[in-house]
Design a protein around this ligand. Structure first.
Ligand code: R5P
Length: 297
């Protein structure tokens, strides 16, 4: 039957884009909740013999994880041959060690659950910090895609004199690649996190940002404190314009307001949909799936 795409939760539109970009059949899934909050899922088309690609960004994490685990079991019992999870935002990656005695290392728990239900995982710029690769916790083949090309395209088309800024050492991996693609300079700051909402990046100087279109680039915007702090500093140091780009715009409560108050333009990828999600990942994901369908047994 070949490859069939379905979208769950907030990923229905992205699934449509991927199906269109790859010329694949789309099977819709109806989702609702019972009055007690339990999930109901029904596929509206045959899955028999299909290589089913479930597109489901894992945000909000708990709701979306439950939906994709239930959907995977249903798809198997309806005759799907292979199951690929495309989770552009892969939740639960930040708890990658026991920071305090007694803590759960939830990244491992979630990797175990997904590995049990799916044959393959594709994600975009997951938060790989202490883990060097997803293979350390996933027992299925897990492919990491990068948003660097579409992010660089967005910057190139809109900003004349960009300089890229990474808010912490980890960000060097993506900031350096995007800067190279844009043929722009970059700098990486040092960050100290005191609590989940108290954070400070330092090391930005006026020489680097004065008169330039400053782009602060991060993998995740969660509370927004990392991004807002750096944007604020860039504005005070004389940037001509300030833009904050996040691959995954989660925007926890209050984040949007705080970011808007800096006067910056905020843009994210459509890994997580929303009004700022103007960078389309569908072509990047479709390209990876084409390769996937060639490599499939
Ligand atoms: C952490 O190291 C990540 O790369 C991001 O910088 C972080 O998740 C952003 O979080 P927040 O928006 O809460 O400052």
């Amino acid at each position: 039957m070949g490859m069939v795409i379905t979208g769950l939760g907030r990923s229905a539109k992205l699934a449509q884009g991927i199906a269109k970009a790859g010329g694949w059949k789309l099977v819709n899934a109806i989702e609702s909740q019972f009055p007690d909050g339990e999930d109901y899922i029904r596929f509206k088309g045959s899955l028999r013999g299909a290589d089913l690609v479930v597109v489901n960004t894992l945000y909000p994490p708990n709701d979306e994880l439950m939906a994709c685990l239930i959907a995977a079991d249903a798809a198997r019992s309806l005759g799907a041959r292979r199951l690929v999870l495309v989770a552009p935002y892969l939740a639960y990656m930040r708890q990658d060690k026991r920071f305090q005695p007694g803590e759960a290392i939830s990244s491992r728990t979630i990797a175990g659950l997904i590995s049990e239900k799916f044959d393959r995982l594709i994600t975009v710029d997951p938060h790989l910090h202490r883990y060097k690769s997803l293979g350390e916790i996933y027992s299925i083949p897990a492919r990491v895609l990068h948003a660097d090309v579409p992010v660089a395209d967005w910057i190139r088309k809109r900003l004349r004199n960009p300089v890229l800024v990474g808010p912490d050492r980890e960000s060097r991996q993506w900031v350096s690649k995007v800067a190279k693609l844009c043929d722009a300079p970059f700098t990486v700051m040092q960050k100290k996190r005191f609590t989940s909402t108290h954070v400070r990046s330092s090391g930005l100087d006026a020489k680097t940002v004065r008169g330039r279109d400053v782009v602060v680039l991060d993998d995740i915007i969660s509370s927004g404190h990392t991004m807002a702090g750096v944007l604020q500093q860039a504005a005070e140091l004389g940037a001509a314009s300030i833009t904050g780009i996040g691959v995954h715009g989660l925007f926890a409560r209050g984040a949007k307001l705080m970011l808007t108050a800096t006067g910056a333009r905020i843009v994210t990828c459509n890994a997580v949909p929303g009004p700022t999600a103007r960078i389309d990942l569908a072509p990047t994901i479709a390209e990876a799936l084409k390769k996937e369908s060639h490599d499939a047994p």
